[in-house]
Every structure is written in structure tokens, then in C-alpha cells.
Design a binder for this molecule. Structure first.
Ligand SMILES: *[C@@H]1O[C@H](CO)[C@@H](O)[C@H](O)[C@H]1NC(C)=O
Ligand SMILES: *[C@@H]1O[C@H](CO)[C@@H](O)[C@H](O)[C@H]1NC(C)=O
Ligand SMILES: *[C@@H]1O[C@H](CO)[C@@H](O)[C@H](O)[C@H]1NC(C)=O
Ligand SMILES: *[C@@H]1O[C@H](CO)[C@@H](O)[C@H](O)[C@H]1NC(C)=O
Ligand SMILES: *[C@@H]1O[C@H](CO)[C@@H](O)[C@H](O)[C@H]1NC(C)=O
Ligand SMILES: *[C@@H]1O[C@H](CO)[C@@H](O)[C@H](O)[C@H]1NC(C)=O
Ligand SMILES: *[C@@H]1O[C@H](CO)[C@@H](O)[C@H](O)[C@H]1NC(C)=O
Ligand SMILES: *[C@@H]1O[C@H](CO)[C@@H](O)[C@H](O)[C@H]1NC(C)=O
Length: 442
């Protein structure tokens, strides 16, 4: 489970979950356990009696009696004293300041009545069975810093009116699948927005150029939608950006050279789009990149030798494009690399001996190119710094190339080697590796 941590301006640390489906179930269970154990957000309700009407409207409109399959729902729909807390509700200074009813089995339409809770700073209704549309009326909740409605069945469009939510730091509507329409250019007014996640929906249209005006944006995720158009060159002004996830869309055009100014960028995922043109040499200025995923596009040209400056790079995936030219010795400078995939291009020339410096590497895929020459003896050092306690082991795929010569005896010393694919080359000779280590298809 990988929790991505972003500290909001309020000083509150927001744990942002970007996990696979499997571990998301796990974290869901963990969340439920934590909520049951710690009573997250619960405070006595004294002072908030004037909100009982709104809260009970919400409760009854969303099948309240059946909430909380995995956890105990306390307080709601009881007539005990105000000293009793209500599950997920935080009453502070005479008003409801936060509400977290995520993954409670809340079932109904998008709760219009909650727009009356004007002191709300946090509203989390994620992971429920909420249908209907996102209501423009929520624009009244101007104190909101976090709004999370992900993993419901909400449809319709993103309300431009929400641009008035200028305290909002984190907004997620991801995983509703049926949210359509375009990205509202008006949202450029969200001056405090740090995290925006609109992924796994059906959003169309282009990336609004004037979102470049958002001065706080650190994490932008609009992957798995139907976006078209190009990457706005003006977004080079988003100087706070640390991660951009736009994979699985229909974006096209060139990779903008101007993005070289996004010097805080750590992760950039643009795979499975329709980008064309060449890799910008000047992106070598993105010195803090740890992940760059550009596979499954229409990119061409040569690999820039200047990219050797990516000394923090861990995941570099350029596979399934039309790159040609050679592999650069200088790339050995990317000594933190863990995954390097260059497969299914038209790369030629030999395997650089200097890449022995990839001691952290556990996936190397250069299959399906035109690579020639021999297997470098020094590569016995590849993966040698993978921790013995790590679950990772080295997989190398060199298949479908024009490699010649024999398997070097030194490769027996690649201690973490788990899989070696060398089929469909012109290799000859015997296999020096013992059978326990290797299943060869020569
Ligand atoms: C309730 O909200 C207040 C104000 O935001 C906060 O200081 C407090 O920690 C919260 N209490 C709980 C139990 O979450
Ligand atoms: C919520 O506010 C609307 C007007 O904005 C009002 O008509 C409605 O009665 C309020 N609901 C409750 C339960 O107070
Ligand atoms: C919840 O409210 C409904 C309607 O007011 C009532 O019939 C029911 O008994 C209440 N349940 C509890 C547990 O108080
Ligand atoms: C609420 O709790 C306080 C002390 O914790 C007590 O003095 C007060 O009587 C309680 N009020 C009610 C209505 O139960
Ligand atoms: C939600 O409620 C409707 C009827 O009110 C019901 O048909 C549906 O099965 C419920 N969905 C879930 C997931 O509980
Ligand atoms: C961006 O464009 C929208 C729509 O044209 C406009 O309402 C908004 O004010 C613009 N934002 C900025 C910061 O210029
Ligand atoms: C790059 O990362 C380092 C370490 O996290 C940080 O000190 C440095 O400020 C970053 N560079 C830029 C341009 O943000
Ligand atoms: C290799 O990386 C170092 C910093 O880690 C840098 O100073 C040097 O210029 C790089 N060399 C090349 C060839 O990129």
C-alpha cells in the first residue's frame, strides 16, 4: 500500500490514496477498522442541535438505517443527549465543521441539503452508492478545504460554479465513470487547490490553458477519461506541480518544450495517448523526475543523451513508440533506475557496457528493437544493489533483437536475476547458467 502524503496549507496532512484495486480493498477495510477504533471526526453534538434537521434529512434520504455494514453507526437517528457523538460528524464551536461518511453504504442522490452546512471544511462521502449530479449549490460551501466524492455513481458534468470554492485544497471526483462534459476553465480561480483528481470518468474536451493560473496545484490526475487536444504550453507556469497523471486519454500533439520549467515535477504519466514528435532535449532540466511514462504513443526520433541528468529517475518507460538511434552510455548516470522499458521501438546499436551502473534495476525491457552486438560482460553488476530483503528480483528481456555472441559466464553472478529472455536473437554457444536459474528458449 502506497500512501501519498501531501501537507495542506491548513497544516493538516492529507493522505492521498493511489493504490491498485487489490490494496484499495485492503485500505478500505483498514479505514473502516480505524474509523471504528478511533471514532474519526466524532465530537459531542452540543451546539449543533440547529443542524439536526439537515443531518436527519440526509440520513433519511440516503437509507440511513442500513448504513454501516462493517462498522457501528452511532448517534444518528437517536434522541439521546447532545453529549452523544454522531458517527463521522465533527461539531465544533456550534456548527458542523466536518463530515466523513465514506464507505458507510450511503445510498441515494447527491445530497442537496448538505449545502446548508455552510461551516463545513471537510466533506467526505466517497465510496458509497450516491447517484445524481454534482450540484452547483455546493458552491455555497466556501469554507470547504477537502471535498471527496470519489467512487460513487455520480453522473452529469463538473459545475463551473464550484470555482467559488477558493479554500478548497483537495478535490476528488474520481471513479464515478459517468461524469461527462468538459473541464471548467472557471476552476482556474481555485487558488488553494493542491490536489485535483478527476480520473476514471468520461470527461471530454481539452485541458484548459488558463488552469496555468492555479498557484498551488501539486497533484493533477485526469487519467482514464476521453480528453483530446494538446498539453497546454502555458502550463509551464504551474511551478508548484509535482505530479501529473494524464494517461489513458486521447491527447495528441508534441510534448511541450516549455514544460522544462516544471522543475518540481517528480512523476509524469502520459502513456496510452496519441502524442507525436520527439523527446524534448531540454526536459533534462526536470532534475527531480523520478518517474516518466510515455509508452504507447506515436513519439519518434532519438533518445536524448542529455537526459543523463535524471539522477533521481526510478521508472522510465518509453516502450511502444517509434524511437530510433542508439542507447546512450551516458544514461548510466541514472543510477537510481528501477524500471527501464524501451521495448517495441526501432532502437539500434549495442547494449552500453556502462549500464552496469544500474545496480538498483529490477526491470530491463529492451525487447523488440534492432539492437546488435554482444551481451556486455560487466552487466553482472546490474541489480546488484537490490536489497536482499526486497521482494524484487531482476527481470531482463532482450528478446527479438539482433544480438550476437554467447551468454557471458560472468552473468552467473547476477544474484538477483529471476527472468532472462533472450529468444529471437543470433546468440550461440552453450548456456553457462545452471538449470535451476534459467528456463531458456534458445
Ligand atoms: C473537529 O474539528 C476541529 C476543527 O477543525 C478540529 O480541531 C478537531 O480536531 C476535530 N475533531 C475530531 C475528533 O476530528
Ligand atoms: C436548506 O436550505 C434551503 C435553502 O437554501 C432551505 O429551503 C431548506 O429548508 C434548508 N433545509 C433545512 C433542513 O434546513
Ligand atoms: C429512526 O427514525 C425513524 C423515523 O423517524 C423511526 O421510525 C425509527 O424508529 C428510528 N430509529 C431509531 C434507531 O431511532
Ligand atoms: C453532558 O455531559 C456533561 C459532563 O460530561 C454533564 O455535566 C451534562 O449533564 C451532560 N448533559 C446531558 C444533557 O446529558
Ligand atoms: C439503494 O437503494 C435502492 C432503493 O432505494 C435499491 O434498489 C438499491 O439496491 C440500493 N443499492 C445498494 C447498493 O444498496
Ligand atoms: C479562465 O477562463 C474562464 C472561462 O473563460 C474564465 O471564467 C476565467 O476567469 C479564466 N481564468 C483566469 C485566471 O483568467
Ligand atoms: C528537488 O528535490 C530536492 C530534494 O527533495 C529538493 O531539495 C529540491 O528543492 C528539489 N528541486 C526543485 C527544483 O524543486
Ligand atoms: C551525472 O550526474 C551528475 C550529478 O549526479 C552530474 O553532475 C553530471 O553532469 C552527470 N553527467 C552526465 C554525463 O550527465
Amino acid at each position: 500500500m502506497k500512501l501519498h502524503e501531501v501537507t495542506l496549507s491548513s497544516g493538516r496532512t492529507f493522505l492521498y490514496n493511489k493504490v491498485s484495486r487489490m490494496s484499495s480493498w485492503f485500505s478500505l477495510l483498514l479505514l473502516i477498522v480505524l474509523r471504528a477504533e478511533l471514532g474519526v471526526g466524532q465530537t459531542p453534538m452540543c451546539g449543533c442541535e440547529h443542524r439536526y434537521g439537515v443531518l436527519m434529512d440526509f440520513y433519511h434520504a440516503t437509507n440511513g438505517p442500513s448504513w454501516g455494514i462493517f462498522s457501528v453507526v452511532r448517534g444518528w437517528n437517536t434522541s439521546l443527549s447532545c453529549n452523544q457523538s454522531w458517527t463521522g460528524v465533527n461539531c465544533t464551536d456550534g456548527d458542523v465543521v466536518s463530515m466523513d461518511v465514506s464507505s458507510l453504504g450511503v445510498n441515494g442522490t447527491f445530497p442537496a441539503m448538505l449545502a446548508n452546512l455552510t461551516a463545513l471544511t471537510i466533506l467526505n462521502i466517497a465510496g458509497n452508492h450516491i447517484t445524481g449530479t454534482l450540484l452547483p449549490a455546493f458552491a455555497l460551501l466556501t469554507q470547504l478545504t477537502e471535498l471527496d466524492v470519489r467512487r460513487n455513481a455520480i453522473y452529469g458534468t463538473l459545475p463551473p460554479e464550484w470555482s467559488s470554492l477558493d479554500q478548497l485544497a483537495a478535490l476528488s471526483v474520481s471513479g464515478n465513470s459517468i461524469i461527462t462534459g468538459t473541464l471548467p476553465a472557471e476552476w482556474s480561480a481555485m487558488r488553494n487547490l493542491i490536489i485535483l483528481d478527476l480520473s476514471i470518468n468520461s470527461i471530454t474536451g481539452t485541458l484548459p490553458s488558463n488552469w496555468s493560473q492555479m498557484p498551488s496545484l501539486q497533484s493533477l490526475t485526469i487519467s482514464s477519461n476521453a480528453l483530446t487536444g494538446t498539453l497546454p504550453a502555458a502550463w509551464s507556469g504551474l511551478s508548484t506541480l509535482q505530479e501529473v497523471y494524464l494517461q489513458l486519454n486521447q491527447l495528441a500533439g508534441p510534448l511541450p518544450v516549455s514544460w522544462m520549467d516544471l522543475v518540481k515535477l517528480k512523476r509524469l504519466r502520459l502513456w496510452a495517448n496519441a502524442f507525436s514528435g520527439t523527446l524534448p532535449l531540454d526536459w533534462s532540466a526536470l532534475a527531480n523526475l523520478t518517474e516518466l511514462q510515455l509508452s504507447r504513443n506515436g513519439l519518434s526520433g532519438t533518445l536524448p543523451s542529455t537526459w543523463s541528468t535524471f539522477s533521481f529517475m526510478q521508472v522510465l518507460d518509453l516502450s511502444f513508440n517509434s524511437f530510433d538511434g542508439t542507447l546512450h552510455s551516458s544514461w548510466s548516470n541514472m543510477s537510481m533506475l528501477q524500471t527501464l522499458s524501451l521495448s517495441s521501438n526501432q532502437l539500434s546499436g549495442s547494449l552500453p557496457s556502462s549500464w552496469a551502473a544500474f545496480t538498483q534495476l529490477y526491470v530491463l525491457d529492451v525487447s523488440n528493437n534492432q539492437l546488435s552486438g554482444t551481451l556486455p560482460r560487466r552487466w553482472m553488476e546490474v541489480g546488484s544493489a537490490i536489497s536482499p530483503y526486497s521482494f524484487n528480483s531482476l527481470a531482463m528481456d532482450l528478446s527479438f533483437n539482433k544480438l550476437v555472441g554467447t551468454l557471458p559466464g560472468s552473468w552467473l553472478q547476477i544474484s538477483k536475476l529471476n527472468t532472462l529472455e533472450v529468444s529471437n536473437n543470433f546468440l550461440s554457444g552453450s548456456i553457462p547458467l545452471d538449470k535451476d536459474h534459467l528456463c531458456s528458449e534458445q
